[in-house]
Design a protein around this ligand. Sequence first.
Ligand code: NAD
Length: 268
Amino acid sequence: MDIAGKVAIVTGGGGGIGRAIAQALVAGGAQVVVADLDAAAADSAAAGLDGAVAASGDVSDPDVIAGLLALAESSFGPVDLYFANAGIAGGVGLDLAESEWDATLDVNLRAHIRAAKLLMPGWLERGEGYFISTASAAGLLTQVGSAAYSVSKHAAVGFAEWLSITYGDKGIRVSCLCPMGVNTKLLYEGEESGDPLGRAATAAVVAAGRVLEPAECAEVVLAAVAAEQFLILPHEGVLEMYRQKGADYDRWIRGMRRYQAAVFAGLD
Ligand SMILES: NC(=O)c1ccc[n+]([C@@H]2O[C@H](COP(=O)([O-])OP(=O)(O)OC[C@H]3O[C@@H](n4cnc5c(N)ncnc54)[C@H](O)[C@@H]3O)[C@@H](O)[C@H]2O)c1
């Protein structure tokens, strides 16, 4: 899809990857609603961009999503592209409270489902719309240390696949972004927690490949949107790892155990 003149919403647009996507969209001639839980971050991200407005709220709340769609429409026109990008790392390990599982699944998965439910009727009527899901390489391969993040991201990949298969022939485009490490606050949350599992979570990602800058990631995203490509893999190597997983699951799991052991051994 050519983004020039299009209207986009970017959730989690106040920081990291979302902020860089919003900047790249505006540079490409789109108009953008920058949505974030952190109102000050959304304001500061939108302030420097011609053709962007800020909105705050929890984007897993259907009322907030409906408000974003209304704001986009009254500011610029109907939404063409929705970047379901807001995400949280969630806690680590198995011993998480139900509320922690809920929070992670709400933001990383249900927010996507709720947005798609609200967007799809209008998009189907117009015969066009583009849903871009930010999942993670952890949604294809698994995240050392974090069950909730891994599960939520696998499910986000599954939901994006389902959307594309179900509505692709009706003019609806879907892409699914699956990066490894990107230099943002979220990547270093595990390290900063001091918890060995959290430290291992960050270390496993950082050691697995080059940590990209958000702008580099956004550039790959917009190129994939222009090409209407489903799977967006900014890191070389992820596709090969995913192929190895599919080719021999047991061998891949043994390899992941060895990798995890090496990561733990490397923590001081
Ligand atoms: N950084 C990485 O290494 C990496 C790798 C793979 C995938 N991702 C994914 O990229 C996406 C963006 O993360 P990031 O790395 O830019 O992190 P980040 O922490 O810099 O940005 C995430 C933004 O989402 C916002 N947010 C969180 N919960 C929200 C909610 N309920 N409603 C609205 N906004 C909310 C935060 O305030 C923050 O501004 C996430 O989905 C993350 O899982 C990140």
